[in-house]
Structures are given as structure tokens and as C-alpha cells.
Design a protein around this ligand. Structure first.
Ligand code: GRF
Length: 195
């Protein structure tokens, strides 16, 4: 049974779907939900689902990323995760941290990578006049939003879409994609999922 730690920064809607998916004959179970924000709403939801939580406030480290990560590593390693899922986690991780978990750490990004790495993905897709948008689950490597793609889900861009409207449509696709990719990854199956 694979042990999964999920890192969040906010509401944790992806985390909730991942936790809810890990039941029955699923080859993984959630062992920790950790956040860089002690007030992240997702922490209370994780506790309500019976998953242990941890919070390390990155604001206490005044930009010293390595020190923040060293503090985060404590509870993280105590949970003995086999897989880390970044889900709405909004901190950039140092190459050292990434390399420690390379090959075991997944992230979901709200664009069809390699298009639009970084922030404001929906506004950029609309600005470019794209006919479709979507999300990507990828293995995390030291280069931001750049690792091997494990899955993608596509949604149409509709006339009159605002960034918020497109974000909402992509988020529902994220909630389908991430659990499907995690299950396949935890089962050790190769290949990518396209929805
Ligand atoms: C959303 O913008 C989502 O696209 C991205 O992170 C943000 C928050 O997600 N993955 P969540 O609701 O906290 O999972």
C-alpha cells in the first residue's frame, strides 16, 4: 500500500478528491496533508476526513526557502510517504528538496503544459485566443512546471469566458484527472492519461 502525502496552500479541492479516491482496492492511502499556511481551509477538511495534518508557516522564514523546507521535512518524513502530491501548493521548492523526492513527487498545473508554465494561466490562454485549455499532472523536477507529463485533461474555451469561468471549468477537469493519474502512478503503471 503506497503512502501519499499531499501538500496544499488553500482550499484543497484537489486534495479532497485525491483523499476520497484512495479507498477500497486503490493501491494508495493518504498519510498526511501538509500546508505552508496554518490557516489553509483544506487543513480542516483533511481533519474532518480523518487524515493527519501538519502546517509550517512559510512566513516565519522570511524568504529562506531552505529553512522553511527543513521545517516541513520533519512532519513530512515522519509520515514516511512513498508519493508526494502537490495540490494547489503555491510555494516554489528548492532543487534540493525536489531532488530528494524526484520520481515520487507529482504536481497539477492548470494549463496544457508546456503552454503557460507559472501563474495566471487562464488569462494567458484567453489572451492568446486558445480554443481549448486544461490541466496537466507531471512529475516535479527542479525546473518549474517542466517535468515528464503523466496526464492531461482538455476543456473547451467558450465565447465570453472570463479567467474565473475558465478556471472553474479547468478545476472540474483537475478533479477528474489527478485521482486517475495518482491511481495509475501508485499502481506502478506506465503511460499517460488523457481526458
Ligand atoms: C487552483 O487554481 C488549481 O487550478 C491549482 O491550484 C489552485 C487551488 O487548487 N491546482 P485547490 O482547490 O487548492 O486544490
Amino acid at each position: 500500500m503506497k503512502r501519499v502525502a499531499i501538500l496544499i496552500s488553500g482550499g484543497g479541492s484537489n486534495m479532497i478528491r485525491l483523499v476520497e479516491s484512495m479507498t477500497g482496492d486503490h493501491p494508495a492511502r493518504p498519510v498526511l496533508i501538509a500546508s505552508n499556511d496554518p490557516f489553509a481551509a483544506g487543513l480542516a477538511k483533511a481533519e474532518a476526513m480523518g487524515v493527519p495534518t501538519a502546517a509550517v508557516d512559510h512566513r516565519g522564514f522570511r524568504g529562506d526557502r531552505a529553512a522553511f523546507e527543513a521545517a516541513l521535512l520533519g512532519p513530512l518524513l515522519d509520515a514516511r510517504p512513498d508519493i508526494l502530491c502537490l495540490a494547489g501548493f503555491m510555494r516554489i521548492l528548492t532543487p534540493g528538496f525536489v531532488e530528494r523526492f524526484q520520481g515520487q513527487m507529482l504536481n497539477i498545473h492548470p494549463s496544457l503544459l508546456p503552454k503557460y508554465p507559472g501563474l495566471h494561466t487562464h488569462a494567458r490562454a484567453l489572451e492568446a485566443g486558445d480554443a481549448e485549455a486544461g490541466c496537466t499532472v507531471h512529475l516535479v523536477t527542479p525546473v518549474l512546471d517542466d517535468g515528464p507529463v503523466l496526464g492531461q485533461a482538455r476543456v473547451p474555451v467558450l465565447a465570453g469566458d472570463t479567467p474565473d469561468a475558465l478556471a472553474a471549468r479547468v478545476l472540474t477537469a483537475e478533479h477528474r484527472l489527478y485521482p486517475a493519474v495518482l491511481r495509475r502512478f501508485a499502481a506502478g503503471q506506465a503511460g499517460r492519461i488523457d481526458l
